[in-house]
Design a protein around this ligand. Structure first.
Ligand code: ZN
Length: 446
């Protein structure tokens, strides 16, 4: 019996628990257009419904990952460390199922323990997690796991199933570790966090299996994979705030742990006997990082206090951090945000300026500095910082609002109105939208 294409499509869609109407809405919202259709999963070789094409995976990655990287205080200024992580990363992904993806590796200044992958191959690894790893075999395993998510197209799968539809629409927060700080700095975030939001247990298991496969194919000792799993297992039992994001995106369970351990023990006897794990090499390249290890730990403590909305206590931890590493970009910027939360805007301004000097190419400090100027009613200087931020990292609607707010402070009503109007086209609820709307009304534009 012949069946119309539409019926077939409907059946395929309902198999994923979404109606045709929802699907069209989802397609429109994500800017993806019509059905990309079935695509072969590079890992399983099976045909699957995929909402995103490879080009779209790359483009969504390019749009979103710079915001997340900046929320994570940019990539490390420790060039030796960054280059080393990239080298290990490249050696692993060339043995993945999608070696042609434009992989990049970012050693992130953030202090919390986390690693993530965007769908086009942008992989982020925080200083916090690098500090807890003990050898190159573990690092290769971590990268292998993230490359597993990219290879098996897990973000596409989740988007196709409607699980992260809200991503590019509503402006959820980024997956950073110090939301209170981002709030006072007016950063908001533009949804990268939602894009990275939780993989399913099946996806985690698949990424583990692929991670082990890729690292072993890259001639690493699979003991490194066991080491990584032991580390994750220990951490997940501790329930500390600085690992919360890691486990909310990559769920851990005893079942996951046992499956991974079994896979190593059952298949790699010879490799485990003969291959090196490169502990010394890892220790050499992370020596600079470990030297400021106490500063990073103190940042984690401070971030934890900020998350509990206790900036007074956070300040003591950040002070401790800056004693060990006074020239640390993230340390200075975290202190600036903490002082803003304490309404010590002049002091906050000083730390934000210092952060800006330490790392002129990184964008977050521009926003934070702009915000401190705004609090001090230096509207012109605030505007200059928001303009610089918007130029370097366009796409955060909050910045447009604060450009408008600065212009309003400067008495440039028409320019302010334009910015408020632009803002309202992207965001239509919340405190800022209300302010923008009220002004446009008062000024007779609407
Ligand atoms: Zn994962």
């Amino acid at each position: 019996m012949k069946q119309s294409l539409k019926d077939k499509e409907n059946r395929e869609l309902s198999a994923y628990g979404i109606t045709r109407r929802e699907f069209l809405w989802l397609s429109a919202m994500t800017g993806v257009g019509f059905m990309t259709g079935c695509a072969v999963n590079p890992v399983t070789g099976q045909r699957e419904l995929m909402l995103m094409s490879e080009a779209q995976e790359i483009s969504i990655d390019k749009q979103n990952s710079p915001h997340q990287i900046s929320a994570d205080y940019g990539t490390s200024l420790d060039r030796d460390l960054s280059n080393y992580v990239s080298r290990v990363g490249q050696s692993v992904v060339k043995n993945s199922h999608r070696p042609e993806m434009p992989y990049t590796f970012h050693t992130l200044n953030a202090a919390y323990v986390n690693a993530y992958a965007f769908p086009g191959g942008t992989i982020g690894i925080t200083r916090g997690i690098l500090l807890t790893l003990e050898n190159e075999g573990e690092l290769a395993s971590l990268i292998g796991h993230e490359a597993g998510h990219v290879s098996a197209r897990h973000t596409s799968q989740r988007m196709t199933r409607g699980l992260i539809a809200a991503v590019l629409v509503s402006g959820a927060t980024v997956a950073a570790g110090d939301q209170m700080g981002d709030l006072v700095a007016g950063l908001g975030g533009i949804g990268a966090g939602a894009l990275l939001a939780g993989y399913s247990r099946n996806q985690e298991r698949e990424a583990d299996a692929l991670g082990l496969e890729y690292m072993a194919l890259s001639d690493y000792n699979p003991e490194g994979f066991l080491g990584l799993m032991d580390m994750l297992n220990d951490m997940s039992n501790k329930n500390e705030s600085y690992v919360a994001t890691l486990f909310s995106t990559h769920p851990m369970s005893s079942e996951r742990y046992e499956t991974a351990v079994k896979a190593v023990r059952s298949g790699y006897a010879e490799e485990r006997e003969t291959r090196p794990i490169f502990k010394e090499r890892y220790m050499d390249h992370t020596a600079g990082l470990r030297k400021i290890g106490p500063a990073i730990k103190a940042m984690q403590d401070g971030d934890g206090m900020m998350m509990q909305k206790n900036p007074g206590n956070a300040r003591e931890h950040y002070e401790r951090s800056l004693k060990t590493a006074p020239e640390d970009y993230a340390g200075n910027l975290k202190m600036a945000k903490c002082l803003m939360a304490l309404e010590k805007h002049q002091d906050a301004n000083r730390y934000a300026q210092k952060a800006r000097q330490i790392y002129p190419e990184e964008h977050q400090a521009k926003h934070v500095l702009g915000m401190t100027h705004l609090r001090l009613k230096n509207f012109e200087q605030a505007l200059a910082q928001f303009d610089a931020y918007e130029q370097g990292l366009p796409g955060n609607p909050n910045t447009i609002f604060f450009q408008g707010f600065s212009l309003e402070g400067m008495g440039r009503r028409e320019d302010a109105a334009q910015k408020y109007y632009n803002y309202l086209q992207q965001v239509n609820q919340g405190e800022y939208a209300q302010h923008a709307h009220t002004r446009l009304k008062e000024w007779g534009y609407i």
